[in-house]
Design a protein around this ligand. Structure first.
Ligand SMILES: [Zn+2]
Length: 698
């Protein structure tokens, strides 16, 4: 027995050391461009590497903290920026794969790692001796003759501490900890309430006559939902996959009203999942936190690190858009009402009628649908078109490199080079859905860009999509929206690939949140340009170019009811600001406060006793508090920036060059408004968006 135990013990040791010995994270990668050797990384490598990397990072930080030399920008701020390289090396493949190629084992490691990681980062953020050094450098900032990028790094580092309360007295620290703990519990509970209340509702229909108008495949889904619940008939619920098509297609007005009322009274009628009190509590807690940190309101605190800078600029944007779009939205409402009247509806259109009649009018006006467009958007053609656009604008080339290891055989890797043939970046593309890949589309990096002396360490970027895969008889054909998604994520990847910064925490897409969508959204503008489409959008069977009328139809249908949708977005923006600009604890009536905040944007009749605030997860349990405006902000920016291309030519090299030098290369090294003005010559205005949306004639 004894012997056996010893043998087991020995083999465990030799296993552990052999894992370390063969652990690729501890070696310099010998792959092309030192890309990640996915084929050599095994799941069991992650945990020990994370542990070792955190230890190493702690000792690097200790060396900075205990440095006997007086604090300088180099020995404190830059040293901190450069610390933790092994942790970055292991984190980037790990967290990327967790989204694009996950499995139970990786999920389990993530669960074990995440509390350790947050403890690790807290130990650095709450290191008072370290903060004292950082503050020392920060207080000398005006004397240090720093470049704008260095100033930005210093500001970010300093605020990384102070925004988390490093400057607090001990008693304030305790209060702050309580407030943030309460807030995180409440936001979590709020989100779960929305989910549970949504899932709680179902409505069984047993008479098929009540369901006329619904497409047959949708009826099938409803029937299978009923079957799953052990019932016969058709089961309705409040998930968007049911609610949205039902409101669009169901002929039965009473049922539409019933579903609408159930949807808009979630979490406000009492019961276990009510959020009325949570709304107040969350808004008030955020106010308390902002006050403690020295800000008048939560919006003041959030907007410090935004292109918009302060709430007056946010309101300025919302107000200007409201004035511009409201008359058009009223006209749209009148047109849909008129259409409904002609089709026998002798009543004033209510919110539960809107989708139904506007969808029918849309069909009548623009007979364009996905199936008509898909044959022109074969994935291989679109890829050529999108890569080719980057070549035309920025002179960069994409060459597939089969020697670069990939994490799944479906992934392709490219060497990206500039017009002189110099290496710029590695780009991975991963197009189709798989088990283990989450839904949606995103861009990310496996390695960020940075410079050290003469070394420019180039980035490794990935774009991940979920496009329908090819079959034995049909290539992968994209919808028009998917073409735009491709362009969007590719735009983010250009921001990542063309970047030229010194510090990796400021390079690429590491910019303020209301600025990050400019490089991506601007690319979507090319999607409906004839000159661009002519280059690649040919019917995969006949080789015929996409017809001009079809392109025009796409453009027209994109602007259908655009003013109504704009006002809807504005109503959410105003509501978000209303909750986050309070300067005194709120103790009023949630519903009436909300109705007042949204009143100016109302086009459809307002329905009493319904609420948005109780289910507005974006701002009450997501990351958009005092940030909902950024959707519209980004649209204004991308339209305004694209108008320069429209004026000078959509392939104009000079304009592209200026966009590259002033925006894409710069990352977050300077305030985005400064960067933007350098490209545009002025601050953005809403005019280009109005023209694009057909609200204003050019
Ligand atoms: Zn994006």
């Amino acid at each position: 027995m004894k012997l056996l135990k010893i043998t087991l013990f020995m083999s465990a040791i030799s296993l552990a050391s052999s894992i370390l010995a063969s652990n690729p994270f501890f070696e310099t990668y010998k792959t092309p461009h030192q890309t990640i050797p996915f084929d050599n990384i095994k799941n069991e490598h992650y945990f020990p590497t994370f542990q070792e990397a955190m230890k190493l990072h702690t000792s690097e930080v200790d060396a900075i903290t205990n440095n006997p030399a007086i604090p300088t920008f180099e020995n404190t701020i830059v040293a901190l920026e450069k610390s933790g390289s092994l942790l970055t090396k292991v984190s980037s493949p790990f967290y990327n794969l967790l989204s694009s190629e996950t499995n139970d084992e990786l999920q389990k490691i993530a669960e074990e790692i995440s509390p350790l990681m947050s403890e690790h980062s807290n130990s650095i953020r709450l290191n008072l001796k370290l903060f004292a050094r950082v503050k020392d450098v920060y207080l000398q900032k005006d004397k240090l003759k720093l470049t704008p990028e260095q100033q930005m790094l210093l500001k970010d580092t300093y605020e990384g501490f102070t925004k988390n309360g490093a400057n607090f007295s001990d008693s304030d620290k305790a209060i702050y900890r309580e407030l943030t703990k309460d807030l995180s519990l409440l936001t979590l509970q709020y989100g779960q309430n929305v989910l549970k209340e949504t899932n709680k509702y179902s409505l069984l229909i047993t008479n098929k006559d009540l369901l006329t108008g619904l497409p047959s495949d949708f009826l099938e889904v409803l029937a299978s939902e009923a079957k799953k619940a052990g019932k016969t008939g058709w089961l309705l619920n409040l998930k968007t996959t049911c609610y949205v098509p039902f409101m669009k297609f169901a002929d039965n007005r009473d049922l539409r009203r019933e579903l609408y009322m159930a949807y808009t009274t979630k979490c406000m009628l009492g019961g276990d999942f009510d959020n009325l009190e949570n709304v107040k509590k969350i808004a008030n807690l955020r106010l308390n936190i902002a006050n403690l940190l020295g800000y008048k309101s939560y919006a003041d605190y959030e907007l410090v690190d935004r292109m918009a800078e302060d709430k007056s600029k946010v309101y300025d944007l919302l107000d200007k858009l409201l004035v511009a779009y409201k008359p058009a939205a009223e006209k749209e409402y009148a047109e849909v009402q008129n259409y409904a009247d002609k089709n026998g509806a002798y009543f004033k259109l209510q919110p539960w009628d809107w989708s139904y009649y506007s969808e029918k009018l849309k069909d009548e006006r623009y007979s364009v649908n996905d199936e008509m467009l898909k044959p022109y958007f074969e994935l291989e053609h679109v890829k050529k078109g999108v890569f080719g656009l980057a070549t035309r604008l920025y002179g960069i080339k994409f060459t597939e490199n089969k020697n670069i290891p990939v994490y799944n055989p479906e992934v392709d890797a490219y060497d990206v080079t500039d017009d002189k043939g110099n290496f710029l970046a590695v780009l991975y593309t991963d197009f189709h859905p798989r088990d283990g890949k989450r839904a949606g589309a995103w861009m990310s990096d496996f390695k960020a860009q940075w410079m050290d002396g003469k070394t420019d360490s180039r980035p490794q970027i990935t774009i991940v999509m979920n496009f329908t895969r090819p079959t034995a008889t049909k290539p992968a054909l994209l919808t028009f929206d998917e073409v735009k998604t491709f362009l969007h994520e590719f735009g983010h990847s250009l921001h990542g690939m063309l970047t030229k910064c010194t510090y990796q925490s400021l390079s690429g897409t590491n910019v303020y949140r209301d600025f990050v969508e400019l490089p991506s959204q601007i690319m979507e503008n090319w999607a409906s340009q004839k000159e661009f489409l002519d280059g690649f959008a040919v019917n995969y069977k006949t080789g015929e170019k996409i017809p001009v009328e079809l392109i025009q139809k796409i453009k027209d249908s994109e602007n259908y009811n655009i003013a109504y949708f704009c006002l809807r977005q504005l109503s959410f923006g105003y509501l978000d600001m209303a909750w986050h600009t309070i300067e005194k604890p709120f103790d009023g009536d949630v519903i009436s406060y909300e109705k007042q905040a949204m009143a100016s944007t109302q086009i459809l009749p307002a329905i009493a006793n319904t609420s948005m605030s109780t289910t507005f997860s974006h701002i009450f349990s997501g990351g958009y508090a005092a940030g909902y405006y950024s959707y519209k902000w980004a649209e204004v920016l991308d339209a305004d920036a694209f108008s320069v291309f429209e004026k000078n030519g959509i392939f104009d090299k000079k304009t592209a060059d200026s966009f590259r030098k002033n925006i894409l290369e710069k990352g977050g090294t300077e305030h985005p408004m400064i960067l933007y003005k350098r490209f545009r010559g002025q601050e953005p205005t809403i005019d280009a968006l109005l023209i694009r949306n057909g609200i204003k004639i050019q």
